[in-house]
Write a protein that binds this ligand. Structure first.
Ligand code: BTN
Length: 326
């Protein structure tokens, strides 16, 4: 554990800690402690100081821990030889894309350059949400690889629903929505030749407990899992349990996708589809198209009825919006 991690671990309980005690744990001077406490603000951690008491976080954080995540994965943990938690990183996807090992998972408390789909940024305040990536290798490029992102959406939405987040649905290709508000997003990146093995990195961003001020730069309607559970009157699992359950579900999803492709996920995706029979607008480089969404085909392409004719759209090319809504 480096010094920044040690400092955050000490403060995570939200209790007061004297400058002297922190200096001792970190093995630095009190002036150096003060400098390090200032730096926590840069990653979104708010520290309060009081004469005679010392320092505390304005909100305690339930830090991610490899042992707790592994415990939540139960027997499936043995399928994941590499599982790491970073305190602050540019992007868990970017980092795993630079490596070659698989399966491997990387979670972060904070991302400085979180990546969303279509070149957008992903808001990643410290300790508020879940940001993680899973690297996986297919022996050969699955013919339905573009549909993998839809299968991943199914695995995530079903898991969250099983854990009590009622009302979670999917917007093509893989946004998790709750009453039209974005709960989670998936970014899949891959490397590989058509003929050889293919390594994919699946990045998941799930809004867990982000406050309105932490998420105020997001330009679309969003919701946190805490609000979903409050509405359903169910208890939200802690972030470690959530991460473990979601990683387990993703490993099962990938194993299944390697054998069945999208076929076994297709009917499940349709059950979760929140846009079916809705008036939609597809924004694409060569101009917008309006029509009525009609689900997806067995390759994961979106089907839209446009002026009496059924058209297919592939993710990556287009962005889907409900007409008059999100
Ligand atoms: C989207 O735009 O809907 C996809 C968002 C994906 C965000 C996650 S957070 C963890 C992983 N690392 C990244 O940089 N992006 C993904």
């Amino acid at each position: 554990m480096d010094r920044a991690q040690r400092l955050i671990t000490q403060l995570a309980d939200g209790q007061w800690h004297s400058g002297e005690a922190l200096a001792e744990v970190l093995e630095v001077s009190r002036a150096a402690v003060w400098k390090r406490l200032q730096a926590l603000a840069d990653i979104g951690l708010e520290v309060e100081s009081r004469h005679g008491k010392g320092y505390r976080l304005t909100r305690p954080v339930d830090l991610l821990r490899v042992d707790a995540i592994t415990a939540a994965m139960k027997a499936h943990a043995s399928k994941l030889p590499s599982l790491e938690v970073a305190t602050s990183i540019d992007s868990t996807n970017a980092r795993l894309m630079q490596l070659d090992n698989a399966p491997a998972a990387l979670l972060a408390e904070h991302q400085t350059a979180g990546r969303g789909r279509r070149g957008r940024a992903w808001c990643s305040p410290f300790g508020a949400n879940l940001y993680f990536s899973l690297a996986w290798r297919f022996d050969s490029m699955p013919p339905q690889l573009p549909a993998l992102s839809l299968a991943v959406g199914v695995a995530l939405a079903e898991t969250l629903t099983d854990l009590g987040a009622a009302g979670t649905g999917l917007k093509w290709p893989n946004d998790l929505l709750w009453h039209g508000r974005k709960l989670a997003g998936v970014l899949i990146e891959h490397r590989g030749e058509a003929a050889g093995p293919c390594r994919v990195v699946i990045g998941v961003g799930l809004n867990v407990g982000m406050t309105a001020s932490q998420g105020n730069e997001i330009d679309q309607d969003w919701v946190s899992l805490a609000e979903v559970h409050a509405a359903a009157d169910t208890v939200m699992p802690d972030r470690n349990a959530l991460a473990g359950q979601l990683l387990k579900a993703l490993l099962q999803c990938l194993e299944q996708f390697a054998t069945t492709g999208f076929d076994s996920f297709h009917p499940r995706w349709s059950t979760l589809d929140v846009m079916r029979n809705q008036a939609v607008r597809l924004q694409q480089e060569r101009g917008d198209v309006e029509g009525v969404a009609q689900g997806v085909d067995r390759h994961g392409a979106l089907l839209v009825q446009v002026r009496g004719e059924r058209q297919r759209f592939f993710s990556g090319e287009v962005s889907l919006r409900a007409v008059g809504g999100a």
